[in-house]
Design a binder for this molecule. Structure first.
Ligand code: SF4
Length: 369
């Protein structure tokens, strides 16, 4: 198999920094290519990981990795590790229950007013903590065939309660502008769909892909386009990523962020604050900070929920309200998302409440007169 990512869109050759030996200008998709790029040692034993879970690192991400840092937070997200071979009893292949809420292939209908449309299960990078790691990649669920796509659009058209369609997968922005336009044209014909949201890592991991043709393909007459950008560390917001984001926002695409709280990547207040501020400075509104899902072989990324709550509470006292994400847990089994940030209010039992301020000081509400 070629180790060049094939997403139906040419990957330009990029000039990479001289760091690391033999850096490739193509996406790295095999253990051999990671060894050649100096990102993993020879005889790493990672072939067993590669047989289970897809690998892909774009030139942009490869150039961001500091191979001299054994704890590099970018490498940790994308370079495979032997720890992925350890599956704990609470982990599961479909951690958020996509399959139990899939009425037709490619559609997940979990909440009344919105559906996921999973047109493709290919990504430009494969995150080592991915919650859909059993579904994405060359051995994953693939791309929806034309008949399945017809059935998915028929389902959306037949359910008038569907106000929002969320294109995810996989990363929908690996599709060519022609295919994205075809999807948007079909959604444009469904009057009750008002909002189309894309979940993607592309502006960060392959920013050169965000050109005028791709941006035009994300828009459709009568629909509002949102784009949720997945990034987890402030170093991902490079100048090239900022340029791609600016092109999208200037074209009228509303942007939100989604991040995953990951041990060894962003589980400290300084990193999270820099990430959220970076989003806001780029006109991306912080939206969700996900507690990591119980995907197989990902326990080395998870911190405790109490620790996550403390981090989110510390953010509240430190940075602007514009920069605050909602800390979210997808309840295993497909029961949907829950806001798991620690509450700052509790009933006193006398009809009044105790409210905690950002310094941790409790106040009675309403105040005593
Ligand atoms: S881009 Fe999203 S779907 Fe693809 S591997 Fe990363 S987390 Fe999974």
């Amino acid at each position: 198999m070629s180790d060049v990512i094939n997403t139906g869109h040419s990957t330009p050759t990029l000039a990479l920094p001289s760091r690391g030996r033999g850096r490739s200008a193509q996406s790295l998709k095999t253990v051999e290519s990671l060894v050649e790029a100096g990102l993993v040692p020879e005889a790493s034993g990672l072939d067993a990981v590669a047989q289970k879970y897809a690998i892909a690192i774009t030139p942009t991400i490869a150039a961001l990795i500091d191979p001299s840092d054994p704890n590099d937070p970018i490498a940790r997200q994308f370079v495979p590790e032997l720890a992925e071979l350890v599956t704990t009893p609470d982990e599961r292949a479909d951690p958020i229950g996509d399959l139990t809420h899939s009425p037709v292939e490619g559609i997940v209908h979990r909440y009344p007013d919105r559906v996921l449309l999973k047109a493709v299960h290919v990504c430009p990078v494969y995150c080592r903590f991915c919650f859909r790691r059993e579904m994405v990649g060359p051995q994953g669920l693939g791309t929806l065939a034309p008949a399945a796509m017809d059935a998915a659009f028929a389902y959306i058209a037949a359910h008038e309660e569907i106000w929002e369609v969320i294109l995810t997968g996989g990363d929908p922005l690996v599709l060519s502008p022609r295919r994205l336009s075809a999807i948007m044209e079909r959604l444009a014909d469904i009057a009750h769909v008002k909002v189309v949201r894309f979940h993607t890592r592309v502006p960060v991991v392959e920013p050169e892909r965000v050109d005028s043709a791709l941006i035009a393909a994300l828009k459709a007459s009568g629909k509002t386009t949102y784009l949720a950008l997945h990034a987890n560390h402030p170093r991902e917001l490079t100048g090239a990523a900022s340029g791609a984001i600016a092109r999208l926002v200037d074209a009228g695409v509303v942007m939100l962020s989604q991040s995953v709280l990951l041990k060894g990547v962003n589980d400290d207040v300084e990193t999270l604050a820099a990430l959220m501020r970076g989003f806001v400075e780029n006109r991306v509104k912080p939206y969700y900070l996900h507690h990591p899902d119980l995907a197989p072989g990902t326990s080395h990324f998870r911190i405790g929920i109490a620790e996550g709550q403390a981090l989110v509470a510390a953010l509240r006292g430190r940075i602007s309200g514009l920069c605050q994400p909602t800390y979210i847990l997808d309840i295993p089994g497909g029961h949907g998302k829950a806001d798991i940030g620690a509450s700052s209010i509790a009933a006193n039992g006398d009809g009044c409440f105790s409210v905690r301020d950002f310094r941790g000081v409790e106040h009675r509400y309403p105040p005593e007169v």
